[in-house]
Write a new protein. Structure first.
Length: 458
């Protein structure tokens, strides 16, 4: 049976899709990129904010159209939005054949088997991951599931449950297989990386995980995404600062800088703590780039609160900042608060924040002109499309590189300029690493041959 996956939302969803697609391949399914040829279409939904929910519903409607007009025989909706709104979706989308929330994903294979979609288990393709993107050298490794934080605005615990760490052995095993598939950069992701290992009670935390990944693989780059500042322990910073294969980069969401807003948000940090930890990071990790995210227009946010945020950003000088306008999410603590900041004020504050950060980023980027740095090539074209080590995939701009190297190559280059606020111009000096050729599956997708997926489906 030909199966196509549509993955929406965050990188953690991408990991989920690749893991479950591998299970399906292990039961004789054939993954296809062209959805018009798929006999089963699985939509991995996102329910984080209203815009994501709309995108998920649109994708389901489009998949249902293919069921009417193409080869598709069944549409399956899985993931976060289904976890939160399953009954509503059942009531309003009868054309979808199966709904499975995040906590029900273990039923995907048995349900499709019961419906006659899958064949007998095979030995050739029971892998942990089947790659679904277009940059096989850039991969994501989800180290835990769920979240124990009680942020007032966030629905993640409602969709993903309490925090559960995957075992160190399983993660090392998976990282080795990603390397076999040609991974040159592996991004560690979780709702909060800092919580990794707390529930395992074996003494393993993020520093030990990083050291094991470095010891047991030859992957050139590891990058840390989604790490609360509370988890930036001296031991972790020592490992990041010491190891050249760990990118000097941290994605550290703060959400705000006004203590009054942070308290209403039920965030674990306050402005003074955030300042202290940013200072500690920059002292411990040479040439580090710090990315953060902020929410504007949270209930009760005054002009003074917002001004405090702007002053904080101007003072602290993050390399990059993402800004979102608050939208109430059903079931969260903040949903009970009066959404008293008008939408036009939210948008105006978002624009002001981004204008400020654009100037900060431009100034910090200009200081890098003339600096020799390491980068990774993503695509070939008239010029190479690459990223400096401070640029995470898909969110931090690109580096336009004059040179000649295959996608996935690690190169030394010199920054020669800044373009369009967030992109670098650079010239190549040398290629210092190239990816192995990944094995290919029947649909042209890399497939990992394993006999078990360990605890990842739990």
């Amino acid at each position: 049976m030909r199966i196509g996956f549509i993955t929406l939302g965050c990188d953690k969803n991408t990991v989920d899709s690749e893991r479950y697609l591998a299970r399906l391949v292990g039961r004789g399914a054939e993954p296809v990129r062209d959805l018009a040829t798929a006999e089963v279409i699985v939509v991995n939904t996102c329910g984080f904010i209203d815009a994501a929910k709309k995108e998920s519903i649109d994708a389901l409607i489009e998949a249902a159209r293919l069921k009417e007009e193409g080869a598709c025989q069944a549409v399956v909706a899985v993931g976060c939005m289904v976890e939160r709104h399953k009954q509503e979706l059942l009531d309003h989308l009868p054309e979808v054949d199966l709904f499975l929330g995040s906590s029900e994903m273990d039923q995907l294979v048995p349900e499709l088997e019961r419906r006659g979609v899958l064949g007998d288990p095979t030995v050739a393709h029971p892998g942990v991951r089947v790659y679904t993107g277009d940059l096989p050298h850039v991969r994501y490794l989800k180290v835990s599931e769920g979240c124990d934080h009680g942020c007032a605005f966030c629905a993640i615990p409602l969709m993903r449950g309490r925090h559960r760490s995957f075992s160190l052995d399983d993660l090392v095993y998976e990282a080795r297989e990603l390397e076999r598939q040609g991974a040159m950069e592996v991004n560690l992701v979780a709702q909060d990386l800092a919580h990794y290992g707390r529930d395992l009670r074996d003494g393993v935390r993020v520093p030990e995980l990083l050291e094991a990944l470095l010891r047991e693989t030859s992957i050139p780059w590891f990058r840390l995404l989604y790490l609360y500042s509370a988890g930036l322990t001296p031991r972790l910073l020592e490992v990041i600062g010491r190891e050249a294969r760990i990118a000097p980069y941290l994605d550290m969401p703060i959400q705000h800088a006004s203590d009054a807003v942070l308290e209403r948000m039920r965030r674990p940090e306050r402005e003074r703590t955030i300042r202290e930890r940013v200072k500690r990071v920059r002292e411990a990790v040479a040439d580090v780039a710090i990315r953060t995210t902020c929410i504007v227009g949270f209930p009760g946010e005054t002009d003074a609160d917002f001004q405090r945020l702007l002053e904080f950003l101007e003072d602290v000088q993050f390399e990059r900042v993402g800004a979102f306008t608050y939208s109430p999410q059903e079931g969260t603590r903040a949903h009970a608060l009066v959404d008293d900041v008008p939408d036009e004020v939210k948008r105006e504050r978002q624009e002001r924040l981004l204008d400020l950060q654009r100037a900060i980023t431009a100034e910090r980027y200009e200081r890098l002109v003339g600096k020799r740095v390491r980068g990774i090539v993503d695509r070939r074209g008239d010029r190479l499309e690459a990223r400096a080590i401070w640029q995470a995939d898909d969110i931090d701009g690109i580096t336009w590189l004059d040179g000649d190297a295959a996608p996935g190559s690690i190169v030394d280059m010199t920054i020669t300029g800044v373009q369009d606020d967030y992109d670098f111009l650079a010239t190549q000096h040398a290629v210092v690493g190239t990816p192995s050729v990944p094995p290919r599956g029947r649909a042209g997708l890399p497939v990992v041959a394993l006999t078990s997926i360990g605890s990842f489906g739990r």
